[in-house]
Design a protein around this ligand. Structure first.
Ligand code: ADP
Ligand code: MG
Length: 449
């Protein structure tokens, strides 16, 4: 790897682990100035950035560099050595790769909305369709349908994207409506500083004029009683005057510890929609959409490689794609499977050791000596029904597929068939040791292939 490629890899990888705002602040205008005898000299724009990178991200940067090149023994930082000739040619900020465009600067100061998050570029699949539908309904009739709307799901699965998309759509549809997006942590900080400055009234007035209040990651309100108190009052006053409130969290309201009872019941009073893990097909669709946005068509096997290895985080899917886009940009060549593997290997903890739909179907049909198409058929024969149920069960267990998705995949049945199949196998596993062994053997096939 050249030093430019090394640095692109560092950027792509750190971006996965820190917030976009931090990334933009600390990594803008940085680059590798020199690489000699195991020592890397990183050039940074000012001494402030130098201190931050050294102290806060130094270890991470070293780790990434070392994982890419074992010869690297030491990383040092220097201010302002820009060796302009070189840096000019090198895209230090990975232009055109989505998150790396420092798009924070396009965020509207008043609403805190980022125009990049829209419904149009939000890919819908069985795992998020309920949340998406509710979000879209709210954006068309703010304050009138689901209030509050509470969206929950794990990290990197599209909560912020969806919340922001509602805000952007409201602004577009109702130009006179006042929208405010605010991470719960920032809201908390606002409460604290208003208390300190004895300006609680000013704070209240500010929020009470809003038509659509979007509060992201409310799990951060947990335990902060004064903030919860204030939020409760703001909530009630907005709610009673028919204003829309939208919330997100990494878990459902009843699972947020130290949430005051009245706030919890308020949260539960509207519509709750969850986002689970994207199924394989949707992961491919997301990769394709993002590739097309950048006008790069990656080979199917490269997309399959990424989608099979990253199953539970859409931000990581994007991160992997960004890395390939950076390669493509620098080398002017679309990476093939081999290149993709070497660029992405260290992103994936245990390559090969992951399941995908194809492997499950293949393993189950081989194990029971069936044709793959039998598993998808509508046959009621016992020797087919049983393996089909096992395959459904494995989709649920290993891929975290949603029930509607499983139902559709297996002969277009509805989700109750999938729920029934999974429950039946789960229950039987408790008492039937043979079945246990069978399923373990199938698992071995899935994970060794
Ligand atoms: P969360 O807030 O749940 O942690 P984000 O909303 O920040 O997740 O999503 C992480 C990244 O994945 C964002 O760049 C977002 O645009 C992208 N993303 C998430 N879900 C989707 C989706 N369904 N379609 C397209 N992009 C998505
Ligand atoms: Mg978020």
């Amino acid at each position: 790897m050249t030093k430019e490629e090394l640095w692109q890899a560092v950027l792509a990888q750190t971006q996965l682990t820190i917030s976009q705002a931090n990334f933009a602040t600390w990594f803008k205008d940085t680059g590798i100035f020199s690489y000699k005898e195991g020592e890397i000299l990183i050039s940074v724009p000012n001494s402030f950035a130098k201190e931050w990178l050294e102290n806060k991200y130094g270890k991470t940067i070293f780790k990434i560099l070392y994982s890419l090149d074992k010869e690297i023994k030491e990383v040092k930082y220097t201010v302002g050595k820009t060796e302009l000739k070189i840096l000019k040619r090198v895209p230090t900020s990975l232009p055109d790769t989505g998150q790396l465009e420092f798009e924070e600067f396009k965020i509207d100061k008043e609403t805190n909305l980022n125009p990049r998050y829209t419904f149009e570029n939000f890919v819908v699949g069985p795992f998020n369709e309920l949340a998406q539908a509710a979000a879209e309904a709210v954006s068309k009739k703010p304050g009138l349908v689901y209030n509050p709307l509470f969206i929950y799901g794990g990290v990197g699965l599209g909560k912020t994207h969806l919340l922001q998309a509602i805000g952007n759509a409201v602004i577009k549809n109702f130009s006179q409506k006042k929208v405010k997006y605010i991470p719960a942590e920032k809201f908390t900080a606002g409460v604290v500083s208003s208390i300190r400055n004895h300006d609680m009234e000013g704070f209240k007035t500010k929020y009470r004029t809003i038509d659509v209040l979007i509060l992201d990651d409310v799990q951060f309100l947990a335990g902060k009683e004064k903030t919860q108190e204030e939020f409760f009052h703001t909530f009630n006053s907005l709610y009673e005057s028919g204003k829309q409130i939208i919330l997100s969290s990494d878990r459902p309201p009843k699972a947020i510890p130290a949430l005051t009872e009245r706030l919890r019941s308020r949260f539960e009073g509207g519509m709750i929609g969850d986002i689970s893990y994207p199924d394989y097909e949707t992961r491919i669709a997301i990769l394709k959409t993002k590739g097309q946005e950048k006008e790069v068509n990656f080979p199917e096997e490269v997309l399959d490689y990424i989608a099979s290895n990253i199953q539970r985080n859409i931000r990581e899917l994007e991160g992997a794609l960004n890395r390939l886009l950076a390669y493509q940009k620098i080398n002017n060549q679309i990476p093939n499977l081999e290149t993709a593997k070497s660029l992405l290997r260290n992103l994936f903890l245990s390559p090969n050791k992951v399941a995908n739909p194809k492997k499950i179907i293949q393993a189950v049909s081989e194990f029971y000596d069936l044709k793959e198409k039998d598993i998808f058929s509508l046959s009621r024969k016992k020797e087919v029904v049983r393996p089909r149920q096992i395959a459904m069960f494995l989709f649920r267990e290993e891929l975290k597929s949603s029930y509607p998705f499983i139902g559709r995949k297996f002969g277009g049945k509805d989700h109750t068939t999938a729920i029934y199949a999974c429950a039946k196998i789960t229950k039987e596993l408790e008492i039937n040791e043979n079945l246990n062994n069978e399923i373990n053997l199938i698992r071995q096939r899935i994970f060794s292939g």
